[in-house]
Design a protein. Structure first.
Length: 76
C-alpha cells in the first residue's frame, strides 16, 4: 500500500491490486455484495472543494459502493 501497488477494501477487510500503479489518483471501489468482485474506478475527490472551503486538508478518502455486478444482476 505504501508504494501504491495495492488498496485496502475496508468493507471486505481485504486488499486488491491497484489498477493504476504509479499514477496519482483517488480510487473508488464498486464491490459486489453477492460474489464480492471489486472494480476500481478513479473519481475526482468528492469532498475537495467543500473541505477546502472549511480549511480542512483531506489526507485520505475511501469511497466504496456496494451493489451487484453485471453477472450477479443477471442471475437475480
Amino acid at each position: 500500500m505504501e508504494n501504491g501497488f495495492a488498496h485496502r477494501i475496508e468493507g471486505l477487510s481485504a486488499y486488491v491490486a491497484c489498477a493504476r500503479p504509479g499514477a496519482e489518483h483517488a480510487p473508488s471501489f464498486l464491490v459486489c455484495r453477492c460474489c464480492r468482485r471489486v472494480a476500481e474506478e478513479a473519481i475526482a475527490a468528492p469532498l475537495g472543494p467543500e473541505a477546502e472551503a472549511e480549511g480542512f486538508a483531506i489526507e485520505r478518502t475511501v469511497v466504496e459502493a456496494q451493489g451487484l455486478c453485471p453477472a450477479c444482476r443477471g442471475r437475480a
